[in-house]
Write a protein that binds this ligand. Sequence first.
Ligand code: BGC
Length: 442
Amino acid sequence: MLNKDFMFGVSTSAFQIEGDDGTQGRGLSVWDTFCDIPGKIYAGHHGRLGVDHYNRYREDVGLLSDLGVDSYRFSVSWPRILPEGTGKINEKGLDFYDRLIDELLEKNIKPFLTLYHWDLPERLGEKGGFRNPDFPEWFADYTEILLKRYSDRVKHYITYNEPLCAVHASYHAGVFAPGLQLNVEQSMVALHHFLLGHGRAANLIRDYRKDSEVGIAMSVWDYYPKYNNPECIENARKAFFCKDTPTESIDMYMDPVYLGKYPDRFYEMFPRVADRITDEEMKIIGSGTNILCVNNYTGEPLDQNGKKIPPEIGAPKSPVYSYYDPNGLYWDVRFLAERYKLPVYITENGSASEDIVSLDGKVHDPNRVDYLKRNLAMMEKIIEDGIDLRGYFVWSLTDNFEWLSGYSVRFGLVHVDYGTMKRTPKDSFEFYKNYIKDFKDR
Ligand code: BGC
């Protein structure tokens, strides 16, 4: 049975949807400058287009209301609030999220606020971003501005979206903005500053709202045991949490936050970094957080020895994205809940395709409907198995700017015509709407 407070929702992020015509007082983010570099983003697409959510948020909240979701996960754009990253506030930016939150509450939809979904203010990027030891202070100051304004109405918070992308992909692999390729030791210093920023923010949130729920939306390696025996499960668990490359290893990101210390090998591999870490810092990192949040798109089976099993020919797959393997969803949630022993939210789950408006004026997306059916059935199994799952969020409400793929890949339950910004709910929108309703009526 579902808990009556179980949340069905959808997720979005600021840079992917808001758009900016240059009159809103928003500062640049590292993703704005990254989009300007030729060859980085598919066909030169740019995030400043977005889907004009900044102006059409009322229409979008109307869609959420029609969908019947309990909650809406969105992110605040740091450079919209603080164009320079610190200092002077852009009041128009603060007002925008005020209006959005009020509109949501009026429609009985709980705001689930992400503080940081990759759009670091460019000015702070120029000062080294996470490499700079001042980063935790910058992030705490920004967080406090939001809390002063919104914590009377917002109870649910995610500090960061996908630290693996924010740190590994952006500072070590260099594929995401700001595109740095630091060595591993430097990247671990950046990770430590980043986690300190999380800790500072999480503690502030708890100070402002005792009843708050605070987590980090993790992306993980969606490995799962192909066979249901203890050895296979144990090998999959090891592969899931622990990778040879520390910047890619989930335990390096999560153990400090949820268990209060880095994994043992961190102290052996990076003595110079470890020597400078104080007990006080570890205390800050390790407190304040009380929920687990996970983003999942796919699953990868591992054999008895923890080695990857290649997908079978014809295995269900999105036309432009990943395999439809809901076992990944199940084990993501289970592995995290077992290790860190907290309630879990699935904060992203979705599928991409190249949807078109058909001659009948509708958008038929049978693959996404199939994907959702498979994953929602798995969500029910997670609950039946007694895991404390508190919510499920689809990525995403509308089609949007899909980072390196620009606008070529569509994830929305609602189609967007990028010429006119017209919104057309897809078949998957109707499916999810009916599913939520039926589930609640059960
Ligand atoms: C991110 C989203 C992204 C989605 C689909 C997640 O990794 O949080 O921003 O659009 O995956 O790729």
